[in-house]
Design a binder for this molecule. Structure first.
Ligand SMILES: [Zn+2]
Length: 181
């Protein structure tokens, strides 16, 4: 009866990192990636202006825009296009949650309200359980390949070894995490 407990503790982690990810300024070309490692696994949160993913930040008006939104959702749902963890860690994806504004699935009233705002953000959360979480010493970030408008990611990690920050880009897409001493 171990598994329900594992999932519950990682959900709390995901909740707490999404709470702190909400503060920073919305800047096109830039996004945020947060990673929390505990003794059960890894939780990763990606937060980005929608413009980085689709090229617009309003309710889709054309078929091309609806298509771009669906493509962005599909890319974010595919965790392997977002982050790749070292094989040695033995990680398994247990949950993906993608929240895109103006999604077809979103409530119509919500989409209409949001259309009056000047900016819109997307959020995606990934939860992995790992046989050896401490073996996740680096993360290969695929977001720059998936989203050409994305230029920089401010990455923040909290692991057993400490806290770490990194500025990632298409040419620096391997994120080295703080290592155990
Ligand atoms: Zn914006």
């Amino acid at each position: 009866m171990n598994t329900p407990h594992v999932v519950a503790s990682l959900s709390l982690v995901a909740f707490s990192i999404s709470a702190f990810a909400g503060n920073d300024a919305h800047e096109h070309g830039r996004a945020r990636l947060s990673l929390v490692q505990d003794d059960k696994g890894i939780a990763v949160t990606f937060e980005s202006p929608l413009d980085n993913l689709t090229g617009f930040e309003h309710a889709p008006r054309t078929q091309a825009q609806r298509h771009a939104l669906a493509e962005a959702r599909a890319a974010l749902q595919d965790a392997a296009r977002v982050v790749v963890l070292p094989d040695a860690a033995g990680c398994a994806l247990v949950a993906v949650e993608v929240a895109l504004p103006f999604d077809a699935a979103a409530h119509a009233a919500q989409a209409e309200h949001a259309d009056h705002a000047e900016h819109a953000d997307a959020l995606a959360e990934y939860t992995f359980t790992c046989d050896r979480p401490s073996a996740v010493t680096q993360v290969s970030v695929g977001l720059f390949r998936a989203f050409a408008r994305l230029r920089h990611i401010d990455a923040e990690a909290a692991t057993a070894a400490g806290q770490g920050k990194a500025l990632l880009s298409a040419t620096q897409a391997t994120w080295k995490l703080p290592e155990s001493r």
